[in-house]
Design a protein around this ligand. Structure first.
Ligand code: AMP
Length: 449
């Protein structure tokens, strides 16, 4: 889980990268960084926190240059520390090279051990640095040749942005797990994790990079080059379920449209269930609930008021304040809730803690019955490709039956969307177009772990 954004040949490169990263902020809130190419010298500013916290106006203005790449991080591999914040910038036999990575490399440890035995000294504990060391060791004639040589050695998930003086290269792993889209604004090219960032920066999306493809942007032109044959195109379905912004387009389909349809399919699966109102856990649950309402005819109502200003800096309350602060982020709207049978939709159930809290809050506010509907199947297996799902021991669906989970969260009914409905609403065919390993335990290319 991370967001990446890059732009070339633009006098406002650092400012537009700020806009892009700001738009992708939902993909990670831990650190933010921008690297610019100032006439052949790479300049960088990387810090911990939100985009708006890391970059002041002065900081952006000092990031001179007509091309930039940026990154926002949500740590999956490597601890939460400034030295793991990206883009990583390395000065080596290759000259200055910067890299921004979204994804998770599954063979990073093995590669790192080998490189260290050969004398490589690592600056960070993140998996991303491995590619820079591989590139320094196995060089080609040009940067793109070096990449074409080394990217096939990586396993796992990656969308990469590389920058060296005069050149920006984007690359997507041969399974296409993580997203990467090419766009244009005037004569400038944009690369971004999601189309929403290209839109907000004033550009137009051209197309997603294909799995195993890189795009080389140099001298005002973009060229595509394949560095690996496509394995299975298995993009991560969790982008549509939870991760991507609703106004982004994934696999040619607006995420909001897919979620609305998922809501309608949930209603079909629960067609005999009666209720007074349907609602969603804000923000992601809302669109699902609207789709459900349209299909079922059950009126939609907002049952929670969400406060958008609860930042990371909020100090965890002690026992004394816990009661008072329980509704700080989501406050129940009593009048709407009292005496009602409510179908409540959330995108996913991971450890079960959110659903448990929310059901408790609704019951306390006077709800008669809660039917919890989850807009995805039960998560039974960890993600090795960059989504921050916990290990099996923490995944509630690994430890408990649906009935036990229902009792744990305190709902009167619990229903998970079927995998078939999810895949069809996202516009694909099961096990063909998507990685659904978190729901099945079968990992693409590995025949199941
Ligand atoms: P849990 O409380 O552990 O069951 O987590 C489920 C809630 O976390 C849902 O409300 C989701 O919207 C949200 N969620 C799902 N996946 C993730 C993730 N990878 N990182 C952060 N939040 C998530």
């Amino acid at each position: 889980m991370c967001g990446i954004f890059g732009i070339t040949d633009n006098k406002d490169a650092s400012k537009l990268t700020y806009v892009g990263l700001f738009t992708l902020q939902h993909r990670g809130q831990e650190s933010a960084g921008i690297v610019t190419d100032d006439g052949g010298t790479l300049r960088h500013n990387i810090g911990m926190g939100l985009v708006s916290e890391v970059f002041t106006k002065d900081a952006l203005e000092s990031l001179k240059g007509r091309s930039a790449i940026g990154h926002i991080r949500y740590s999956t591999t490597g601890s939460s520390h400034l030295k793991n914040a990206q883009p990583l910038v390395l000065d080596s036999v290759l000259g200055q090279v910067a890299v921004a990575h979204n994804g998770n490399l599954t063979n990073a440890d093995a590669l790192k051990e080998k490189l260290q035995k050969g004398g490589a000294i690592f600056q960070s504990t993140s998996d991303t640095e491995v590619i820079l060391h591989l590139m320094a060791k196995h060089r080609g004639r040009k940067l793109e040749d070096t990449l074409a040589k080394n990217l096939p050695k990586l396993e796992g998930a990656y969308a990469f942005l590389f920058m060296a003086p005069g050149i920006v290269i984007g690359a997507r792993d041969p399974n296409g797990y993580r997203p990467l889209v090419l766009g244009k604004i005037g004569k400038s090219f944009i690369l971004a994790s999601e189309t929403c960032a290209i839109d907000v920066a004033g550009g137009t999306a051209i197309r997603e990079l294909a799995p195993g493809e890189m795009v080389v942007i140099q001298g005002g032109k973009a060229r595509f080059r394949r560095f690996s044959p496509v394995k299975d195109f298995t993009r991560c379905i969790f982008e549509q379920v939870y991760f991507a912004r609703p106004d982004s387009s994934v696999a040619g389909r607006t995420v909001q449209t897919a979620r609305y349809e998922i809501g309608a399919l949930l209603a079909k699966e629960l067609k005999n269930v009666k209720a007074d109102i349907v609602s969603g856990v804000p923000d992601s649950g809302t669109v699902y609930a609207l789709g459900y309402s349209k299909e079922s005819g059950i009126p939609y109502q907002t049952v929670f008021m969400r406060n958008h200003y609860t930042g990371r800096s909020f100090i965890q309350p002690d026992q004394r304040l816990r009661e008072f602060t329980a509704h700080l982020k989501l406050a129940p709207i009593r009048d709407v809730i009292q005496g009602k049978t409510i179908i409540l939709i959330d995108d996913s159930l991971v450890r079960g803690t959110t659903s448990r809290k929310i059901v408790k809050s609704l019951m306390k506010a006077g709800a008669k019955k809660i039917i919890m509907a989850i807009a995805s199947p039960a998560i039974i297996s960890p993600c090795y490709y960059g989504i921050d799902t916990p290990n099996k021991g923490e995944l509630i669906a690994c430890r408990m039956s649906t009935e036990k989970i229902r009792r744990f969260i305190g709902a009167d009914k619990l229903h998970y969307l079927s995998l078939g409905s999810l895949v069809s609403a996202c516009g694909g065919r099961r096990d063909r177009n998507f990685c659904v390993s978190c729901f099945t335990g079968k990992y693409p290319g590995k025949g199941g772990l």
